[in-house]
Design a binder for this molecule. Structure first.
Ligand code: CTP
Length: 400
């Protein structure tokens, strides 16, 4: 996967710089080319001679060679690379990357790079946890940079916790998986509608009926689809999540009725629709204009059923369209899911059973079973929602 790929390895000044010797060796062994750029402090942790020998190229530190005035063009380097790895990324270097403080060749190259950037932080325990580090990491993520999470273990200070730079083998695995995914554009040109999150049904100006859905599953699916080349429209109920992929058009809605309107409008222009939202089944008949005051011991609010969005799309579905639904069940999970698939005219249904620990709302993991036409069924292990999204999309691609 890395054969012929060109990498800039930006080394900043942390003790984990010693791991860059092994990282470079592994990359070269995979058939990649490596151009090392070091900060001045990095040279104190690992010698330029070691890095030049392993990378088979002179390393770069300064903007120009003081001996002959040769310019080390950060722009050319930035354009040359298929990927830039900043490892170890110290708090200082990440702060400069996040804020565009271009006082060394590593940062000017970073600012000029058009390729994906992989950041492998290294830090002591409390430095890593500090709000400024967290904010810088968030900023780098928002620029689309890939974060290769540090590992937990004994740190140089003797403290134990998160902050050790990922091992070279883990970094190489990360890069392989990234480029494999990039080559895997199996949804190129497909238009896909995804609904996600809860809906809020207004009771009065300060209250609503909602549910515990965080939107994480639907957002992870939207990101995965977009990574694989699809043009995604994400209709999202109220949730605090962000989408990073620019191939996702996001439409924010609040109520089931608004979600229905948005999904109906988008569906005719979609090849696939994935309904992962936890839509309220009932909404207050009256929505009070003024705050409802406490008057008696009991209060009843009359509710009327909302539109079933998935069912509506199922009724309109053309033969060239594919409709995926979700089922969240507490009992008789398989039977209920099969019935939902039939009654809503779905082509595939993703079942989450609340009987499984780690599945369902407001957690980072999920355990699913996928049912499709002709009584096909596939069970999956408990995984992170990002990994579950990959399974769902793989299954979808297989069925399309
Ligand atoms: N759904 C929808 N519109 C609704 C309710 C549900 O589009 N008003 C969709 C969900 O997004 C999901 C599927 O229908 O893809 C099943 O949702 P679920 O809440 O499990 O089922 P319901 O049909 O609401 O049935 P019940 O609540 O009785 O289990």
């Amino acid at each position: 996967m890395l054969e012929g790929k060109k990498f800039i390895l930006g080394i900043s000044g942390g003790i984990a710089a010693y791991k860059c010797a092994q990282l470079t060796r592994l990359l070269v062994k995979e058939g990649a080319e490596v151009q090392v750029i070091m900060t001045k402090l990095a040279k104190e942790f690992i010698t330029p001679l070691t890095m030049a020998t392993l990378s088979k190229r002179p390393i770069l530190v300064d903007f120009f060679n003081p001996e002959n005035g040769d310019w080390n063009s950060h722009v050319d380097n930035g354009l040359w690379a298929d990927g830039m790895i900043v490892a170890p990324a110290t708090a200082n270097t990440m702060g400069k990357m996040a804020n565009g403080i271009a006082d060394n060749l590593l940062i000017t190259t970073y600012l000029s790079a058009r390729c994906p950037v992989f950041v492998a932080p290294t830090m002591d325990l409390d430095m890593y946890k500090h709000p400024s580090t967290m904010r810088n990491l968030e900023t780098l993520r928002s620029y689309g940079n890939e974060l290769i999470e540090p590992e937990s273990g004994e740190l140089a200070s003797g403290l134990i916790g998160k902050g050790r730079m990922a091992e070279p083998e883990a970094i190489v695995e990360y890069l392989k998986a990234y480029f494999k995914k990039k080559a895997n554009k199996d949804l190129d040109g497909k238009k896909i509608l995804v609904s996600a999150g809860p809906t809020h049904e207004k009771i009065d100006p300060v209250r609503f009926i909602g549910n515990y859905s965080s939107g994480k599953m639907g957002f992870a699916i939207a990101e995965e689809l977009a990574e694989r080349g699809a043009q995604v429209t994400l209709v999202s109920g109220p949730c605090a999540l962000k989408i990073t992929n620019s191939n996702v058009k996001r439409i924010d809605v609040v109520s089931a009725a608004e979600m229905n309107e948005a999904c109906k409008n988008e569906f005719s222009n979609s090849d696939v629709a994935i309904m992962s939202a936890a839509v309220a089944d009932y909404s207050p008949v009256e929505k009070a204009d003024q705050k409802i005051k406490r008057k008696s011991d009991e209060l009843s609010i009359a509710l009327k059923s909302t539109v079933d969005i998935a069912r509506g799309l199922g009724e309109k579905k053309r033969s060239d369209q594919f409709l995926v639904g979700f089922a969240l069940e507490t009992n008789d999970a398989l039977d209920n899911a099969r019935n939902k698939m039939a009654s809503k005219n779905l082509d595939m249904i993703v079942l989450n059973s609340l009987a499984d620990t780690g599945a369902g709302f407001n957690v980072d993991t999920n355990k699913i079973t996928i049912l499709s036409q002709q009584n096909k069924m596939k069970e999956f292990a408990l995984k992170s929602k990002a990994e579950v999204a990959v399974d769902i999309v793989n299954e979808l691609v297989g069925l399309l």
